[in-house]
Write a protein that binds this ligand. Structure first.
Ligand SMILES: Cc1cc2nc3c(=O)[nH]c(=O)nc-3n(C[C@H](O)[C@H](O)[C@H](O)COP(=O)(O)O)c2cc1C
Length: 509
């Protein structure tokens, strides 16, 4: 019987790629800038030559460069791990993007083993492993087509019958049919034993932490149309070409903007015209930065597990790498106070829901003290202009802490300033001159604006679901965005009045 043919309209033509479903996604392992393993699933992977054996892999390049692409172009090597259906749930979770400082290895259930010829780990329990060295790459539309030589391969013999025919009855293959988004995450469909199986994969990590303190305020959704919600913001792409942008900061809200790229390892300089150039190579994976009064950048290097100093000429040195003989876990976010005290969070990116995170206080004389501890993945922080309060995002607990500070810069008191609803949680924080706090709400695609009492004033859309950090610069709010790998400019308008202005030079992080 003939099948009907319904043509795709010209604007829907891009959907033709979905006709390749079911796909057979692979898990690609690569080596991060700091030597750790990185993993992500990709369906567009195919053999392209038998003798010699070669494969191709197509990775998204525009609007953002995949973290795996950055790793492969730098290291020239990767492993194609062919999973069975049993690894589907972790495969989906490996496709999610997490804030800078989170290593997927720590939150996925995979186990790893060494490869034969490469410095890249393979994933145990897969049915076959192809060790690949990059041979060539081509830009193809919005993807980069990587062409690689297979330099070694291995397989799990129990998963194959004679002639390398997969034993699909004992070990069903991973066959992906597609996905739809839900408010909490994504629902992926797989085909197994001739049936469709739906797999609900929430975005957030289950956080076991009970909330310390009873005064938590829940930042309920704003009263749209009500008097409170008189904020508007136009989001426009300002600078592009990043993989994992974070830590925007400038000198007093003027001059150039500095942005770190976690996957690449660099600090990049953005001019007011939006031109992006490399400024410094940190040699690791920088998660946050702020500018000191001397014009030097302080950079939180999660990969090097150190706080770094970057001179105005771009020279990188280690400022501190541990406390009382113990190495840091992974410095993540930072701020100076007016006296030159430097506060930074230290979080274990391999165990982001463990309450092992701390905030340290590094004095101008080089001594380091513990400022706060017992936190589950503390990320970014900011200090009010009067030096009275320090705000801290505890990202996976989806809340913001407020500490009041004494003259020595120690915490006089601690309270939960706000719990945020939806998405994953707050990451970057900054303050305006009225004491309103702006939080980049990762996973919700908004900047949450909270008044000094912690009540939600507005949620300003950022143009992408994954805002990571923010800073006032040249009179506007600039937001680093992980979904599109860009810096967005938010023109904020309060009921026709003037937009907010930054709190102080010390908070323009
Ligand atoms: C089943 C499946 C197949 C995918 N195939 C591709 C692909 O072929 N190319 C691609 O660029 N992204 C693909 N993705 C999306 C990436 O996995 C996703 O963007 C991920 O965040 C990239 O990770 P990385 O930035 O850590 O490298 C796929 C995702 C899923 C769930």
């Amino acid at each position: 019987m003939d099948t009907d043919k319904t043509p795709l309209s010209a604007e829907d033509l891009w959907s033709c790629i979905t006709f390749f479903r079911p796909t057979r996604p692979v898990l690609v392992t690569t080596r991060n800038r700091d030597g750790t393993v990185h993993v992500a699933p990709f369906a567009w992977c195919a053999p392209i030559s038998a003798m010699p054996p070669m494969v191709s892999l197509a990775l998204l390049t525009t609007p953002r460069r995949q973290h795996s692409l950055v790793n492969i172009e730098r290291e020239k090597q990767f492993v194609v791990n062919l999973p069975g259906h049993d690894l589907s749930a972790d495969l989906v979770r490996a496709s999610y993007r997490y804030p800078a400082g989170v290593y997927k290895r720590g939150i996925l259930g995979f186990e790893y083993s060494p490869s034969q010829r490469l410095d890249v780990l393979s994933i145990k329990r897969c049915r076959a492993f192809l060790e690949c060295r990059l041979n060539a790459s081509y830009l193809t539309g919005d993807h980069t087509l990587l062409v690689a030589d297979v330099v070694a391969a291995s397989y799990a013999p129990e998963r194959y019958q004679e002639g390398f025919i997969p034993d699909v009855e004992a070990y069903p293959p991973c066959l992906h049919l597609g996905q739809i988004s839900s408010p909490e995450g994504q629902i992926h469909s797989f085909m197994v034993d001739g049936q469709v199986e739906a797999l609900d994969a929430p975005f957030n990590l289950p956080c076991p932490m009970p909330g310390p303190g009873a005064s938590a305020k829940t930042a309920a959704p704003p009263d749209v149309g009500g008097e409170r919600n008189q904020w508007k913001a136009n989001a426009a792409v300002f600078a592009t070409g990043f993989a994992c942008p974070d830590g925007p900061c400038s000198n007093g809200g003027q001059g150039d903007l500095f942005v770190v790229d976690w996957a690449v390892g660099t600090v990049r300089r953005v001019t007011p015209e939006g031109e992006v150039t490399d400024f410094a190579d940190t040699g690791g994976m920088p998660a946050g930065a702020c500018l000191g009064a001397d014009g030097h950048l302080a950079v939180c290097g999660t990969g090097r597990k150190a706080v770094l100093d970057v001179s105005p000429e771009g020279a990188v040195t280690v400022t501190a790498d541990g406390h009382q003989g113990n190495p840091f876990l992974g410095p993540n976010g930072c701020a100076f106070d007016a006296k030159g005290n430097f506060y930074f969070s230290d979080a274990d990116g391999f165990h982001p829901v463990d309450p092992s995170g701390r905030v340290y206080l590094l004095r101008p004389d080089g001594t380091t003290e513990i400022f706060a501890e017992g936190l589950a993945f503390p990320t970014k922080l900011c200090i009010s202009a009067d030096g009275q309060c320090l705000y801290l995002a505890e990202t996976f607990a989806s809340r913001i802490h407020r500490f009041t500070l004494d003259e020595r810069g120690h915490a006089r008191s601690q309270e939960i300033f706000a719990d945020l609803c939806g998405g994953i949680g707050p990451v970057g924080l900054t303050l305006d001159v009225e004491g309103n706090l702006y939080a980049a709400h990762f996973g919700k695609g908004v900047v949450a604006v909270l008044d000094p009492a912690g009540s939600l004033l507005a949620e300003l859309p950022t143009g992408g679901l994954l805002p990571t950090n923010l800073a006032f610069w040249n009179g506007s709010l600039y937001v680093t965005e992980l979904e599109a790998g860009c810096v967005m400019c938010l023109d904020v308008d309060r009921c026709g009045g003037k937009g907010p202005v930054a709190d102080s030079v010390w908070d323009l992080k």
